[in-house]
Structure formats: structure tokens, C-alpha cells
Design a protein around this ligand. Structure first.
Ligand SMILES: [Zn+2]
Length: 265
């Protein structure tokens, strides 16, 4: 049991014992540090992926937690590599998982099998995010030069003029905002005046012919008006023609009847 209180016994000597923990022969981390002499600390470790236990062959789901023996086993550059030794809760067999700082992941090193569920974007019609292969290739100086010249050209011919144009436009608008506002409002007022006059005329027509107020009248001289006139003329011509044919047929009937009667005589 750890010393939780700060009781200093009468025989405690600061110079000799240093701290209360060392006076009692305890570690500050308590029972979790029972194997600290071997460089092992007991920590709570959560499985970062699904595995199959190598001893009992049971599936163990991601997120199951173990009291794992954490141990530093090496370095990747300055980053320590830790191993976590866990005891399977189904069969008490041991398995070990390590950190892999190079690939920023965990790997199973002994006693179990990892379920392969890594999503590979290249298999699914996407692009790999980490392209490590390209960086290993030696850089072709001529290709690099060509690339930089191309980008320089693009900058000079496309980007710079566009930027200047935008700057000019911005300057124009910001030169005298008051004058621009006055101009815009004046234009808007004139337009509104014309519209109001037209509305008054339309309302007069509507009230004279008893048309609904929501009806939209066409403007004079618009193509729809011309078309409507043409249609009307066409319809009138046709109606007069049909009347003409009717008269003709009556006349011919009369003539044939007359002819038959004269024959009989
Ligand atoms: Zn097991």
C-alpha cells in the first residue's frame, strides 16, 4: 500500500531517506511499478484493432483493455518504441503489441494475429495520401528546371495580369464610394419612376375593362403583341373563307337540283 498521508515518523531523516516513499520502501506509482526493476511498468492498454489470440484462437475485439506490461525496447530516431505484453482474458496466453513510430501505428509482434482491416485508398479508386516512393527517387535537375520555368511563366502570363486587373477594379470601386452610391441611387430612382408611370397606365386599362388586378399586361411594341395581332388576323381570314365555301356549296346544290328537275320534263 502506498503512503497516502504526509505523516513523517520520528525516526525519519530527510538526508538519509530522501522521501517518504523511499523511507517506506515504496514506489510512487505503487503496485503498477512492481516490475520497475526490469524496466516494466504495468499500464492499462486498449487494443487498437481486432486480433485473434494465437493460443486459444479466439477473436478479441478492438477496445478490450488489459493490464499490459509496458517496456521500452528501442528507439526510432529519438522516439522510443514501446512493447505491450498482454495476457489473453480467455486463455491466459500472452501476446505482444509494439508501437511503430515509423508508420505511426501498432503492430502485433507475438502471440496473436491482427485482423487486416486497413483501408487502402488505391484499392478503392482513390489516391494514396503518403507518397513515399516519389521522394526516394533522385531529382532530375533538368526536369526540375523545366517545372520551375513553367510555373514562372504561368505566374507572369496568367496570375500577375489577373491580379493587376482585380487590383484595378478594386481601386476603381474604392476611389470614391460616395459618388458611386449617388450614381447608383440616381439610376435606380429613374427606373422606378418609369415603372410607376407604366403601372398607373396599366391600372387605368384594367379598371376600364374590369380585368383582374393581378393580370400582367404586355408592353407596347413587344414581340408577343405583334404575334397576337398576326394570330387574330389569321383566324379572321379563315373564318371568312369558311363562310365563303358554305355559300358556294349551297349554290351548287341549287344548280344540281334545278338540272335534275329540267331533265325529268
Ligand atoms: Zn487466448
Amino acid at each position: 500500500m502506498q503512503g497516502f498521508n504526509k505523516y513523517y515518523p520520528p525516526d525519519f531523516d530527510g538526508e538519509k531517506h530522501g522521501s517518504l516513499n523511499s523511507y517506506r520502501g515504496k514506489h510512487a506509482l505503487g503496485d503498477r511499478a512492481r516490475k520497475i526493476g526490469e524496466g516494466i511498468l504495468i499500464t492499462r492498454f486498449e487494443l487498437p484493432f481486432n486480433i485473434w489470440c494465437g493460443t486459444c484462437n479466439n477473436h478479441i475485439g478492438m477496445g478490450v483493455r488489459y493490464n499490459a506490461e509496458k517496456k521500452k525496447i528501442g528507439n526510432y530516431y529519438s522516439t522510443p518504441i514501446y512493447s505491450f505484453r498482454c495476457k489473453c482474458h480467455l486463455c491466459s496466453g500472452w501476446f505482444e503489441i509494439q508501437t511503430d513510430p515509423k508508420n505511426t501505428r501498432y503492430v502485433v509482434t507475438a502471440g496473436a494475429r491482427q485482423k487486416d482491416e486497413d483501408w487502402n485508398p488505391e484499392d478503392n479508386g482513390g489516391f494514396a495520401i503518403h507518397d513515399t516512393d516519389g521522394k526516394d527517387k533522385p531529382v532530375d535537375p533538368l526536369a526540375a528546371l523545366e517545372k520551375s520555368t513553367e510555373s514562372q511563366n504561368y505566374l507572369m502570363k496568367v496570375q500577375a495580369p489577373r491580379l493587376e486587373e482585380m487590383q484595378g477594379l478594386s481601386d476603381k470601386y474604392n476611389e470614391d464610394p460616395y459618388a458611386a452610391s449617388v450614381r447608383a441611387r440616381k439610376k435606380f430612382r429613374e427606373k422606378k419612376k418609369v415603372e410607376k408611370a407604366k403601372e398607373a397606365v396599366d391600372n387605368a386599362i384594367k379598371s376600364r375593362y374590369g380585368l383582374p388586378a393581378g393580370l400582367k399586361l404586355l408592353e407596347d411594341g413587344s414581340s408577343e403583341v405583334d404575334e397576337a395581332k398576326r394570330e387574330w388576323l389569321k383566324a379572321r381570314r379563315e373564318s371568312t373563307r369558311s363562310r365563303g365555301t358554305k355559300v358556294d356549296s349551297i349554290v351548287s346544290l341549287k344548280a344540281s337540283i334545278l338540272a335534275k328537275t329540267t331533265k325529268k320534263k
